[in-house]
Design a protein around this ligand. Structure first.
Ligand SMILES: C[S@@+](CC[C@H](N)C(=O)[O-])C[C@H]1O[C@@H](n2cnc3c(N)ncnc32)[C@H](O)[C@@H]1O
Length: 304
């Protein structure tokens, strides 16, 4: 099977175990990887108004199987998020996972992977050895994440996405580059924020090129909305930066409007967009936008 050949179409079909060269027995789960500090309280902070119907109420049998037949690897829907009655910012998609990505997922998921199951509050200090932790929502294929982690080993990056090939890709990049400050979370960032992150635990939040949902009837799916900001703000330390970037002009305008109006955030560039900070590399999605002639806007708001 070539690298390009699909080894699975996760999430709907569990993948066969990868048999390519380099596939080794999965290491024993590291204590730090689980990050479990305590069972999640029934309500850990304010719930997003759109987030009605708690994930923990979804029976385990409806949360989806794991990627590999032996019950390892990420689960397509670890918290049963798809059964919640709310509008999501992503669309579940059939994902082609290469042999290399599957190999990384099989070997490294038990060490650096985290399923967003909505069942426990995370001990970020334990997971990242006390490093300040930045949450990146929607890392895509993870190239920019890996570059940021390599450039700043004194910051931990909790990178979350639902995209299985990207999770495998980022794990592989982390291994090849000797990165120890990245953890890869699988599932819906809303549930991670709502159920699993303690108050004032994040040193920053990065949302780079969130799905623009250009059609008017899909605007409600956009991530950066007042309800999202009210969910994320209490999880951020005072002064922590919420950094957004988009190449979709109308979405940039919406971001600026809702962030400016929100009482928990202050624009570091009063009234306007920020120049791209040196720590943010160009991302894959950004590159595609630039090729189409799109203009990119960064927004840097501090938690008040
Ligand atoms: C347009 S892509 C951008 C990827 C990357 N940041 C880049 O610039 O190349 C947006 C990503 O956000 C992810 N995403 C959207 N909503 C999400 C959510 N609620 N939780 C986790 N990931 C989400 C999607 O799966 C997708 O991979």
């Amino acid at each position: 099977m070539s690298e390009k050949t699909a080894s699975s179409t996760h999430p709907t079909n569990p993948a066969p175990a990868p048999a390519g060269p380099g596939a080794v027995k999965a290491p024993a789960p590291a204590a730090r990887a689980s990050g479990a500090a305590a069972p999640a309280p029934p309500a850990s902070g304010p719930a997003a108004p759109e987030a009605s119907g708690a994930a923990p109420g979804v029976p385990a049998s409806r949360r989806g199987s794991r990627m590999f037949p032996d019950g390892t690897g990420p689960s397509p829907d670890p918290a049963g998020s798809h059964f919640e009655r709310r509008i999501r910012s992503f669309q579940p998609r059939r994902s082609r996972v290469t042999v290399g990505q599957a190999d990384a997922l099989r070997r490294l998921w038990p060490v650096w992977g985290l399923d967003i199951d909505g069942q426990r509050v995370l001990d970020l200090d334990g997971m990242f050895d006390g490093l300040p932790v930045v949450l990146e929502i929607g890392f895509g294929m993870g190239e920019a994440t890996a570059r940021m982690a390599a450039a700043d080993p004194s910051t931990g990056i909790l990178a979350v996405d639902v995209h299985t090939p990207g999770q495998g890709n980022l794990l592989g990049l982390a291994e090849r580059n000797g990165l120890t400050n990245v953890r890869v979370a699988n599932g819906d960032a809303i549930i991670l924020l709502r159920e699993m992150l303690p108050p004032a635990s994040l040193a920053g939040v990065r949302v780079y090129f969130p799905d623009p949902w250009p059609k008017k009837r899909h605007h409600k799916r956009r991530l950066i909305q007042p309800e999202f900001l009210s969910l994320v703000a209490p999880r951020m330390k005072p002064g922590a930066l919420l950094h957004c970037a988009t190449d979709w002009e109308p979405y940039a305008e919406q971001m600026l409007e809702v962030l400016t109006a929100h009482p928990d955030f202050e624009n570091t560039v009063p009234g306007g967009y920020a120049p791209r900070p040196g720590f943010r590399p160009l991302t894959r999605f950004e590159g595609q936008g630039l090729e189409k002639g799109h203009v990119v806007h960064d927004l840097l708001f501090a938690r008040a």
